[in-house]
Design a protein around this ligand. Sequence first.
Ligand SMILES: Cc1ncc(COP(=O)(O)O)c(C=O)c1O
Length: 433
Amino acid sequence: MQLSRQLQQRAETLLPGGVDSPVRAFRAVGGEPPFVVRAEGAYLWDADGNRYLDYFGSWGPMILGHAARQVVRAVQEAAARGVSFGASTPTEADLAEMVRRAFPSVEMLRFVSSGTEATMSAIRLARAFTRRKYFIKFEGCYHGHSDALLVKAGSGIATLGIPGSAGVPEETIQHTLALPYNNIAAVEEAFARYKDQIACIIVEPVVGNAGCIPPNPGYLQALRAITEREGTVLIFDEVMTGFRLALGGAQERYCIQPDMTCLGKILGGGLPCGAFGGRADIMQMLAPLGPVYQAGTLSGNPLAMAAGIATVGTLIENRETVYPRLENVSAAVADGVAKIAREAGVLLTTNRVGSMFTWFFTGEAVTDYDSASRSNTKQFAAFHRAMLEAGVWLPPSQFEAAFLGLAHGEEETRATLAAAKEAMNRVAALETR
Ligand SMILES: Cc1ncc(COP(=O)(O)O)c(C=O)c1O
């Protein structure tokens, strides 16, 4: 780790915490973050030449594995034609058509450059459409870092154990209603209290940013029924789940049609890209057609479109085989580690939906942010460190979902379980010390 350490020290003099996104720091788990210089398939290599089996996949996008040939080729070819024009290109419509095919609820969409932009723009649009100010989000859900959404947010906010962000004035979040996830009574109460004032509900249909938390049976259906009854826009934030839990994301998996959908991560195949879309009557309120302003210098960037088309195109072509494979490999890894924990006498709750999963170090069921936060983060940190030493790189927080991709197979499963056996023994020893 000699070179990684030097690179970290250098980065810390230039970038706060040495990172450009707090989730990359290892503060919650201790140890030193390796500096990545190369990746291929299911593996990352650091500056010191160490190889790691990757379970965070650039935080979601790398479903095809790193440096997938068709993605690299598409980006190289696009780059040779020019990296950005600031004018419309045919490829934007090509990717938009693919999105519409995968997500029938998305009649029209707009590309942006990040998930943050997608969610913030979707909420602006929902507020304009309904002429209402309030919106509901759920504790532990993370929808990017725009001001109004940084309330009881998950991801780095949960990892760092802070309620929100400094620099966000009270006035900015006075219309944000943060409710417990998987709790319909709380939603009904909010609608009773703010009758005809709630513009939208934004939800991670399967939470990934407090660790993986699936919806209770009937929960998403109830959100759909209530929002329909109340004339409120239902926004599924599928930045993480889109193209991952099924080609058509959580909405396909749970058979729900939201009014609007936010996408990112896999959509751009690893390049900066997001999108928000949904019902045409809502989307047509966007400038230049309507009064809701939203713009972006690099929106629909040709390199991002090329990577997105290569990635989403591969998923569409192979949808019959891709999702069963992801399911099987993920089950083998997630359940395998759960079994190892039982054998080692470590209390562990494994939550998994498709290729998204979290090992919570608790004996309790994890159904919302509160139950997730009762996990033993010391045990998680010890497990993380031991896995990393054995060459398996998990997301460095108890409150982040792990992902795997199509490059993970039997060999990777075997290596993970072997590493986990040793790591879990270390966790067990920690307990008895
Ligand atoms: C569900 C969800 N929404 C929004 C975002 C924000 O996306 P970005 O980091 O691209 O701004 C994330 C990022 O992790 C996310 O997981």
